[in-house]
Write a protein that binds this ligand. Structure first.
Ligand SMILES: *Cc1c(COP(=O)(O)O)cnc(C)c1O
Length: 415
């Protein structure tokens, strides 16, 4: 079956050499190889003409409301699952704790498979169908995979997943329940990534690896589009996101820029990228001004434990364009952020999901964020994804005999 091409996509442009390519089933730039990440180009004038303000009210309250800004064929039906349009909370007690005027949490743990990655995977399955594949695969530390497994199940595609040895069990369980075939690769994420790429080439599977698939990051962009729309009248000074591969922050930055270009907002918030101290190749590249150098990784925040980020150029480009910055945080600081975000904000994030909050504290300490500024951070994944880390942050329950006297005793001992 043949599908109409996306209406407003004009082509793809290489981040390294600037070459332009026609729309189609392409990955990286043939001239620049794996470094040559491609960026989807749109006809924004035509989009602006089509997106009249009155029409927004008629659009679905999910990220499919931005179809004109996505590389999706108009003849395809999106999967039934509700992706995006996640809630934004004004959390004043957490703001006070961090020493800032205003803080908003956008809870992307509320997506169908409980992470931000659903934004990308939902686009990925549609690209697979459009390009005629019945099987889709990816390598992932966890969330990209569990989200792909869920979206593939919803869309009726076969799904093969390559996970590194230390992927948290809840995430692997999620894959299996959605019916994906799971290969636990005896090695690092990078090795799982390479094996998956080769399998896709050899077996003719569609690759969802968001580092190199230019269409997936477009799905991640919708969080930036949503922030601009949801926060239109009180756009924050900063948008803070944790950074692994760099697609999330790069995508959000692109979405925010597009909303300015379309006249929806009059400025773009500064982007603050947050990496773990034990996995900070993009931070190092930003500060050295040189190309990214792959590193080993050592952090409990498995979702951002990326030693060879594929989309570092996109991340740095968007951070610079927004006049933003980056910070790094330790595992201790991440665990503290998980606690305060849950206790003062009511949102339970996994380590990478709460790392943004840790980054805000760091940026306030370093004078990067001023106390009179307003900040939005995206909680990128739900805390139940990684119980082992959450337990380290949470503390212990109290053991009590089933008698009131015993309860009163235990209670007086702790209060
Ligand atoms: C993937 C992920 C990130 C980081 O996104 P990148 O595109 O790899 O930078 C952050 N938080 C969570 C929960 C993730 O799953």
């Amino acid at each position: 079956m043949k599908f109409t091409a996306p209406l407003f996509v004009t082509g793809l442009k290489c981040f390294v050499c600037g070459s332009l390519y026609d729309y189609g089933n392409v990955f990286t730039c043939p001239k620049c190889g794996i470094q040559g990440i491609l960026d989807v180009q749109y006809d924004y004038d035509a989009i602006a003409h089509n997106l009249q303000p009155e029409t927004w009210n008629l659009k679905p309250l999910s990220h499919w409301r931005y179809r004109e800004l996505l590389p999706i064929s108009p003849s395809l039906n999106p999967p039934l699952l509700h992706v995006g349009w996640t809630p934004v909370y004004d959390v004043s007690r957490l703001a006070r704790e961090l020493g800032i005027r205003k803080l908003f949490l956008k809870d992307d743990g509320r997506n169908p498979t409980n992470s931000f990655k659903d934004r990308a995977s939902s686009v990925g399955v549609l690209k697979a169908i459009e390009f005629g594949f019945d099987t889709i695969a990816c390598a992932s530390t966890g969330n990209a995979a569990s989200s792909l497994a869920g979206m593939a199940a919803a869309a009726g595609l076969n799904c093969y997943i390559f996970v590194p040895e230390r992927a948290p069990e809840p995430k692997v369980t999620q894959l299996l329940i959605f019916g994906a075939t799971v290969f636990k690769v005896k090695g690092t994420y990078e090795q799982a990534f390479d094996l998956c790429r080769e399998a896709c080439e050899q077996f003719g599977w569609y690759s969802r690896n968001s580092g190199t698939n230019p269409y997936l990051v477009e799905g991640k962009k919708t969080a930036g589009l949503e922030i601009a729309e949801q926060m239109r009248d009180h756009l924050p000074d900063w948008v803070v996101v944790s950074v692994g591969d760099g697609c999330t922050i790069g995508g959000i930055g692109k979405g925010l820029q597009e909303m300015k270009q379309l006249g929806f907002t009059d400025r773009v918030p500064k982007l603050l990228g947050v990496q773990a101290e034990g996995a900070k190749p993009i931070y190092d590249a930003l500060y050295s001004g040189k190309d990214m150098i792959p590193t080993d990784t050592d952090t409990l925040a498995d979702s951002i434990a990326v030693g060879t980020p594929r989309n570092w150029r996109r991340a740095i480009q968007q951070i610079r364009k927004s006049h933003g910055d980056m910070v790094t945080v330790s595992d201790e600081e991440i665990l503290d952020a998980m606690r305060v975000t849950a206790r003062l904000g009511g949102v339970f994030g996994e380590p990478a999901g709460s790392a943004g909050v840790a980054g805000i504290r760091k940026a306030v300490d370093q004078g990067i964020i001023k106390s009179n500024e307003s900040i939005l951070t995206v909680i990128t994944g739900n805390g139940l994804k990684d119980i082992h880390s959450a337990k380290q942050a949470a503390g212990k329950e109290l053991i009590v005999e089933p008698r009131f006297g015993a309860l009163a005793e235990v209670l007086s001992a702790v209060s």
